[in-house]
Design a protein around this ligand. Sequence first.
Ligand SMILES: [Zn+2]
Ligand SMILES: [Zn+2]
Length: 287
Amino acid sequence: QGANAMTSTTGGDKNNECFPTPKVVLYPEERVKMEWTRMTRIGAGLVNMGNTCFFNSTLQCLTYTAPLVNYCFTNDHREKCKKKDFCMMCEIQNHIKSSLDCGGRSIKPHSILQKLRCIAKHMKWGRQEDAHEFLRFVVDHLQQACLNGETKLDRCSKETTVINQIFGGYLRSQVTCLRCQAKSDTFDPFMDLSLDIKGVSTVEEAMAKFVKPETLENDNAYKCPKCKNKVRAQKRFSIEKAPNVLTLQLNRFDFHHHLSGKINRFIKYPEKINLRSYMSQKLGEPV
Ligand SMILES: [Zn+2]
Ligand SMILES: [Zn+2]
């Protein structure tokens, strides 16, 4: 993503000039329905088919993501789908519908599991895999399915599928030259945020750590286009555009830890999180 990022440099405080605007909008954000559009009983449980907890937990999360489920029940995709073989969106739709139709029972998610190799080539049924990695592949395939063979669109327009409108946001990475104060903004789309949880005990603390400014100096110094020199600079991330559904990954691997290598500590999270203080625009309504 970094190589494709859009960058701009300015001496001013604010610069939104280069925040990408799509030429074509494939699915208008207003059509995303955040509240459940139909009442259903709680859906089916999923049978563990041999180390498939990573797989089942991911499917269960998606089955209760209201805007995705609402979309599945519109048949918008079914009417347009041109794929003859494997289609992630058709698979997910079938799965969600059968899960919600079988409330109180348990089902075997055979159909998708048999296509595991189509979703992630290196994943093997029967082996433990990483749930977050699997989710990334699923969401990526869902986005591809929504593009429906559209390859000529510019990058930003491709990021307007219903999947992007549900899960996608934009991050701003801002570098400030500490000599001339020039600011350089880079905007990158994201489908989830990976949080460092070392030394934190809540999601809010991890988010605060994520947006904390970092100093670039010495070997890591910044080449300022205005000063035309390697200089000390400050780099910070902020959420430029919040996604409708925020996906957070808690990075539990700890490579410096000799004993376990994994941070098993419980990380507290609120039922509702206000993203405002982690955003580029810090004033305004709660987000
Ligand atoms: Zn399809
Ligand atoms: Zn400078």
